[in-house]
Each structure stands twice: as C-alpha cells, then as structure tokens.
Design a protein around this ligand. Structure first.
Ligand code: MD3
Ligand code: FE
Length: 199
C-alpha cells in the first residue's frame, strides 16, 4: 500500500491519453461557461489555485468562510457535470448516487494547496473521486487529526483517486507542481477534478 491511511485507492493511469483529452474537452466546455476565479481565504488572501465547478454546487470562499454555493461568482448557475466525468464516478464507486459537485482546480507552476480536511459535505460517508490532468502534482496526506506524520505521492495525468473510509477525513494538500511534466495542457499546469456528494 502506498499510504497507511485506509480508504485511499489510487488508480494510476486510469485514463489513457484519449480519455484524458475527452475529459479535458468536457472541462473546457464547463470553463467556457463558468470561468476560473481565485477564491479568497477567510483571512482575505487570494488562493494560488484557480477554481471553477460543475453540478448543483460549486465551492467558494471569502471573508464569510468556506462553503458550497449554487452559483458562480458572476451569478449564473454552474454548468452540468459532463457525462465523461460522471462515468468515472459510477465506474469506480459502483454507486447509483450522483455527485452534486465537480470542483475544478487549476494549478499554475507556483500554485499549491495547504493541508486541509474536506468537511463541508453533509455526509462524509460518501467517497470523493479525484481526477488529475496535466502536470504532475505532489500530493500529501496526513491523518484524520492535525499534525503527525504525512506521506507524499506524485499524482500524474490520468490518475484517478478514490477517497473513502478513514481517508475521507484525512488531512491532505498539494505541495507543488512539476512544471512541464505533461504536454496535455498547451499552456501547462495541472487540472484536478473532485467529485463529491454534497447534500
Ligand atoms: C483526501 N484537491 O479540492 S485531490 C480539494 O489535487 C483537494 O486539487 C486536491 O484537496 C487537488 O479539496 C487533492 C485528492 C483528494 C481529494 C479529496 C479528498 C484527496 C482527498 C478528500 C478527503 C481526503
Ligand atoms: Fe481537499
């Protein structure tokens, strides 16, 4: 096992290059309607990661805190989650339940995401599925409580991760991006999609 926390399932190279391109095209369609923005942390600093979303809910943060919202900051509803992306969710989880949020994170060469827990969802028993596209990202995972040992793993284009069980509430983040490691995105960088049940 790559990580000692149970419930972290990594499917390395789950998407071949054609499948990666198909998902990327679908993401481009979403982002054309819901452009990337940089949320501010509750302390007022812009995050280095750019975000957008598809589905009933997207994720947002500002001085009022972190939360799920049903509209893009421009006031329009989020586009639907693309079928290609839903197919990954159903294929790996075997669930009938649909995710209500496909969060889209874009990391430029200097972007990172500090260690955090995902706990804004109503029922943390549902898994989270994450799809990586583009440049490699150094993913780090700790435990369900803050502090202690962490383990790191490079996520590459086409890798899909399922977080369930204990891993669902583990602290995790992205320390850095290996710029130029993939040619999938013409301008470089890393895209990560996370699929979640929110309600
Ligand atoms: C472990 N995204 O959007 S994906 C996030 O690569 C987030 O953009 C990272 O953390 C990224 O919240 C990591 C892998 C991932 C996603 C959700 C998790 C790991 C997780 C939820 C619980 C535990
Ligand atoms: Fe997270």
């Amino acid at each position: 096992m790559r990580f000692s926390v149970k419930g972290f399932e990594i499917h390395s190279g789950f998407l071949n290059i054609e499948a990666q391109r198909a998902v990327l095209d679908a993401v481009r369609g979403v982002v054309a309607k819901a452009p990337f923005f940089r949320p501010n942390t509750p302390s007022g600093k812009p995050m280095s990661v750019r975000m957008s979303a598809a589905g009933k809910y997207g994720w947002f943060s500002d001085r009022n805190g972190y939360r799920y919202v049903s509209q893009h900051p421009d006031g329009t509803p989020w586009p639907a989650i693309p079928a290609e992306v839903l197919e990954i969710w159903h294929g790996l989880t075997g669930l009938e339940r649909q995710p209500e949020c496909c969060l889209i994170n874009y990391y430029g060469p200097d972007a990172k995401l500090g260690l955090h827990q995902d706990r804004d969802e109503a029922d943390m028993r549902w898994p989270v599925v994450s799809v990586s596209l583009g440049d490699d990202g150094l993913f780090r995972m700790g435990n369900v409580t803050r502090g202690g040992k962490t383990e790191s793993h490079w996520l590459r284009s086409g890798d899909v991760v399922v977080m369930g069980g204990d891993a669902r509430l583990a602290y995790h983040g992205v320390d850095r991006i290996r710029a130029g490691s993939s040619t999938l995105l013409p301008k470089g960088g890393r895209l990560n999609l996370t699929l979640r049940v929110v309600e």
